[in-house]
Design a protein around this ligand. Structure first.
Ligand SMILES: *Cc1c(COP(=O)(O)O)cnc(C)c1O
Length: 415
């Protein structure tokens, strides 16, 4: 025997490994390399990471429900009765009682005829948009919508128009263009506008009432992603559409069960015909295993809690924390973001954001750096999220550390 058989360089796989190493090196060079950090224990709002306790200001568990004993109990009971897995897609294996119950609850919550659960919010968006649009149609999206909508745009093949963030004039111009194109070529073509109600990275709100007027004026439909609004706005905390009294004027309401609801999964609320269409045409519904009984039961318990007086209390506590942080930031001359549970702290350069995030971790705070491609290049930031689980003391500690470590991008920064 000569050289050891299977020396790494001789393996046909090595070209593959080289290509991957190259790809990762490129990301590192741009300050865009990412890593998952293991968290060993979660006791909101605390996590233990690499052996040290950190106050978590990064979660979308806005109402602190993800670790609520009732949600955990609901999941355990459903697993005992229906199993850990759901076996197949619902068209193959059938709808379990928890799925039906969750969908009834969601429709009642949102005030729509029907609802459909998906295994994630991501799957709800891609499945729905691709079920409704083909390449003869038009999709008009806000510049800052979530990646799931961008992917859906690619999948469905519709003509895509992107309007400047929250810019109604630009939206009107894009809708006019679509209406003219449609009149010339394909009168039956569909035009769908998609926006988030509360934007995931900036916490600002879409001007939904004006958007409803515009889409009606131009014969378009509207889909609103309420991922960051469910649990926080509206009389029963259904979201911003309900808060603004626009129920019945938005064709498609989308949400996730993974954020304020405290569980996992996504949903669409709308008419019975919409849901029937999705059951027949949404590929992420048809070709994906049904959400697990545990996740569905936890989500149901989460929605019920949100609608209850206790949900109102948790929500009020969250807003109290938000107002305290905003006042503190303003007082310290740091940027005053919009009133939202998501408070972006702009940094700018990718490496600076990462370094700042590491420094805060050393001081016991978990605030992730958000970089391209989640936000635009050169617009890296810390994304601070608050939860009803934070105490006033938690929030005061955060403000004290931020005062020392953070100065806004516009001021040149300390880093
Ligand atoms: C998180 C998020 C989603 C995806 O929801 P998941 O349930 O996490 O897949 C969709 N849209 C927006 C705006 C989000 O922030």
């Amino acid at each position: 025997m000569g050289a050891p058989v299977g020396a790494l360089a001789d393996l046909p796989m090595s070209a593959f490994e080289d290509a991957l190493a190259q790809q990762l090196a490129d990301l590192r060079r741009q300050g865009l390399h990412r890593q998952c950090r293991t968290v060993s224990q979660v006791n909101p709002p605390q996590v233990v990471a690499e052996g040290r306790p950190l106050l978590n200001f990064s979660s979308n568990d806005y109402l602190g429900l993800a670790n609520d004993p009732r949600l955990k109990e609901a999941a355990i009971t459903a697993i005992k009765e229906f199993g850990a897995g759901s076996g197949a897609s619902r068209l193959i294996c059938g709808t379990l009682a928890p799925h039906a119950e969750l969908e009834q609850e969601l429709a009642a919550f949102k005030g729509t005829e029907a609802a459909l659960a998906f295994s994630s919010g991501f799957a709800a968006a891609t499945g729905t948009i691709s079920a409704l649009l083909t390449k003869r149609d038009f999709l008009v999206i806000d510049k800052l919508v979530h990646a799931c909508v961008v992917d859906a745009a690619r999948q469905c093949g519709a003509t895509l128009r992107v309007f400047a963030h929250n810019d109604l004039e630009d939206l009107a111009a894009k809708l006019k263009w679509c209406a003219e194109k449609r009149a010339q070529t394909e009168p039956q073509a569909r035009v769908l506008v998609v926006t988030e109600s509360v934007f995931s990275m900036d916490g600002d709100q879409a001007t939904l009432a004006a958007m409803v007027k515009l889409k009606d004026q131009f014969g378009a439909w509207l889909m609103v992603d309420e991922a960051h609004a469910v649990g926080l706005y509206g009389p029963e905390r259904q979201g911003l559409v309900a808060e603004l009294g626009l129920n019945g004027q938005v064709e498609i309401q989308m949400g996730t069960l993974s954020k304020a609801v405290g569980a996992s999964g996504g949903f669409i609320c709308g008419s019975r015909l919409l849901v029937e269409c999705l059951v027949n045409c949404a590929r992420s519904f048809i070709f994906s295993t049904a959400p697990t009984p545990g996740a569905v039961a936890a989500a149901l318990a989460g929605v019920r809690c949100i609608r209850s007086p206790e949900g109102a209390e948790r929500c009020a506590r969250l807003w109290q924390r938000v107002d305290r942080v905003r006042a503190g930031l303003r007082q310290r001359g740091l940027a005053g973001p919009p009133r939202s549970a998501i408070l972006p702290l702009p940094v700018g350069e990718e490496e600076r954001a990462v370094a700042l995030s590491l420094r805060l971790r050393e001081r016991g705070l978990w605030l992730p750096a958000i970089r391209y491609p989640t936000v635009a290049r050169g617009e890296a930031r810390l994304r601070l999220t608050l939860s009803a689980a934070h105490t006033e003391a938690d929030v005061d500690h955060l403000l004290a550390v931020l005062t020392q470590e953070f100065s806004p991008a516009s001021a040149g920064g300390k880093l």
